[in-house]
Design a binder for this molecule. Structure first.
Ligand code: SF4
Length: 117
């Protein structure tokens, strides 16, 4: 038979575990949102969001042209832009002569030019 002290310790431990789970649940959405950086990324791993190797000048092309991924209008995604250069060899990201760095097919910017139909 358990005495009162054992019961109290058990409840205390259970309460600590519950608080840890609740804390993790509260922090997880913010942590996932932070992973997307400028491109948002929807919280998932976004292979085209890594701009760590870009110079300040190249980075500024992304902000000046308001590059975002995903773009709000699917009709104006980079995949539909005449300036988009598709990746070679199965690479996940394309390039663009206007916006420097990795470009996602789902991205967009203010320099979008529709591909001729
Ligand atoms: S100009 Fe803008 S919309 Fe067009 S490919 Fe480059 S980043 Fe994408």
């Amino acid at each position: 038979m358990r005495d009162d002290n054992e019961t109290k310790i058990g409840r205390r431990a259970a309460m600590k575990r519950s608080l840890l789970v609740l804390g993790a649940a509260a922090i997880a959405p913010a942590a996932l949102a932070a992973c997307g950086s400028e491109e948002g990324g929807g919280g998932s791993a976004n292979a085209c969001a890594d701009t760590a190797g870009l110079s300040a000048a190249d980075l500024s092309t992304r902000t000046t042209n308001a590059y975002v991924d995903p773009g709000p209008d699917a009709a104006k995604h980079c995949a539909a832009c005449a300036l988009y250069v598709a990746p070679a060899g199965g690479a996940p990201c394309g390039t663009c002569p206007v916006v420097k760095g990795p470009i996602a097919t789902t991205g967009t910017c203010t320099a979008f030019v529709a591909k001729p139909s």
